[in-house]
Design a protein around this ligand. Structure first.
Ligand SMILES: NC(=O)c1ccc[n+]([C@@H]2O[C@H](COP(=O)([O-])OP(=O)(O)OC[C@H]3O[C@@H](n4cnc5c(N)ncnc54)[C@H](OP(=O)(O)O)[C@@H]3O)[C@@H](O)[C@H]2O)c1
Length: 311
């Protein structure tokens, strides 16, 4: 197992594996673990997201051999499951059972615990993953996240060239800053909250927002009048297919945009885990305005497609 050398020349061992470490949320989780002095091991599929100061392993979540290697010597795993089907997770679950780490699973606040079937395939995957992890007796700590503010990066290319953002509308939700979700995840991963509570912890932002609200707030941050224009599902579908997106993904995204119910739920769970109230989308927009600025040419990391509804 690779060791890195710590500040005092002592060998340091990675005990926390972060999956999706190059993604919008994963990067923030890694940052917070590092700022607490931890040395996370970061899983990514290629070498593009690498930064110094952390240990990187390349692998796919669906590759049992890669996951076995990634889990070696690991005590705690921050697990995301970005696939549209939980069935390929059986191999990973077997590797987790064999390796025996604590598992912190990043799920969705859109899960309805009373429903036999969830509103759309993306939420269903999260419900299936939670069930799979519990059935394997892994006793996952479940963090259910609301819509991440970072999904707004999907609008970067439209906002750089015009004042109208068009795409499928989504139900209003308590959009949460991914930095807060990462802070909550880090608190759990590091065992810094009062008790190792399995959750589910419902991580929301402080206010319920629609897409039009978010676009307007981005406009305020940029000093521009931006508007959101909802497009019908059929047009959104044909645009996404035209962009070369896989049909299954397109149908899942359309289902999410048309079937997911509105949620007015705002919780204090971010504050309970991090000690600080959840930040507003207005704050997120101000902090990230440069990414949307017309003068910016570099693409923001891991941008979502403009037509992509939040997951
Ligand atoms: N976005 C939301 O609103 C939301 C809400 C609730 C829950 N979630 C959950 O949170 C997760 C992270 O969200 P995010 O916005 O950070 O997503 P993201 O920016 O798209 O990042 C996902 C990361 O996962 C990696 N990945 C994808 N498939 C993989 C595979 N088969 N094996 C290994 N790595 C793989 C991607 O790598 P590549 O760069 O190689 O593709 C990417 O780095 C989502 O996948 C979802 O399950 C999201």
């Amino acid at each position: 197992m690779p060791d890195l050398t710590g500040p005092m020349g002592n060998p340091r061992r990675s005990s926390i594996l972060v999956t999706g470490a190059a993604g919008n949320l994963g990067r923030e989780v890694v940052d917070r673990l590092q700022s607490h002095g931890a040395l996370p091991r970061c899983l990514e599929r290629d070498g593009t997201g690498r930064r110094s100061g952390v240990e990187w392993v390349v692998g796919d979540l669906t590759d049992p051999a890669a996951m076995r290697a990634a889990l070696e010597g690991i005590d705690t795993v921050f697990l995301i499951w970005p696939l549209l089907d939980a069935a390929p997770a059986h191999d990973l679950v077997a590797e987790l059972v064999a390796a025996g780490p604590r598992v912190v699973y990043l799920s969705s606040t859109a899960i309805d615990d009373e429903a036999a079937r969830q509103s759309d395939p993306i939420v269903q995957v999260h419900a299936d993953m939670e069930a799979l992890l519990r059935a394997a007796d892994l006793r996952p700590v479940v963090l259910r996240s609301d819509t991440l503010a970072s999904n707004a990066r999907g609008w970067v290319s439209q906002i750089r060239v015009g004042d109208v953002v068009s795409g499928p509308d989504m139900a209003r939700t308590a959009v949460v800053d991914e930095r807060d979700v990462a802070g909550a995840a880090a608190a759990v991963l590091l065992g810094r909250h009062d008790r190792w509570d399995d959750g589910p912890h419902l991580l929301t932002g402080p206010e319920v927002l629609g897409r039009a609200d978010q676009v307007a707030l981005l406009g305020t941050a940029l000093g521009r009048r931006l508007r959101f224009r909802a497009v019908a599902a059929d047009l959104a579908r044909s645009r996404m297919l035209g962009d070369g997106r896989p049909e299954r993904l397109v149908e899942a995204l359309i289902a999410a945009s048309t079937r997911r119910p509105e949620s007015n739920r705002v919780t204090d769970h971010v504050e309970r885990l991090t000690g600080r109230p959840a930040g507003t989308f207005a704050r997120w927009a101000l902090d990230h305005a440069a990414e949307f600025d017309r003068g910016t040419t570099a693409a923001p990391p891991s941008a979502h497609d403009p037509a992509t509804p939040g997951r």
